[in-house]
Design a protein around this ligand. Structure first.
Ligand code: AMP
Length: 122
């Protein structure tokens, strides 16, 4: 599977469609999810063209990876989430219901987030 440059997050990165920006640096862009699943629901995406966690983790440079993950922590700090906590999640592929084929992390916070996955899977 190759990277599809028509995906919605690629269009956001190119400025072709708007986003509700929370944070940006050389490595990452963070914006509010259009359909929030928690009081705080921010998406953090790398600037580079990576399809998924798997793609990013196996092919991005060390600089891109450290820059990206430091950006995630900066977003959490900027939003003041350390005290009550937050959850970082990435969907990879079909079983995880990944909808947008540009690597992204979901940052959830602002309430008790409950279980990690739906009950009854095992
Ligand atoms: P995933 O299932 O992990 O690929 O999640 C994709 C997420 O992108 C979903 O939570 C969507 O609500 C969100 N999303 C899709 N389009 C946009 C958009 N234009 N701006 C912000 N969030 C979006």
């Amino acid at each position: 599977m190759s990277y599809n440059t028509d995906n919605i997050f690629a269009k956001i990165l190119r400025g072709e469609i708007p986003c509700d920006k929370v944070y940006e640096d050389d490595y990452a862009l963070a914006f509010n999810d259009i359909s929030p699943q928690a009081p705080v629901h921010v998406l953090i995406i790398p600037k580079g063209a990576y399809i998924s966690f798997d793609d990013f983790s196996s092919t991005a440079s060390a600089e891109e990876m450290s820059g990206f993950y430091q950006a995630v922590q900066k977003v959490a700090t900027q939003l003041g989430l350390q005290q009550n906590g937050y959850r970082v999640l990435s969907n990879m592929g079909a079983d995880a219901h990944q909808e947008v084929p540009h690597y992204h992390l979901h940052l959830f916070a602002g309430c008790d987030l409950g279980r990690m996955v739906k009950a009854g899977l095992v």
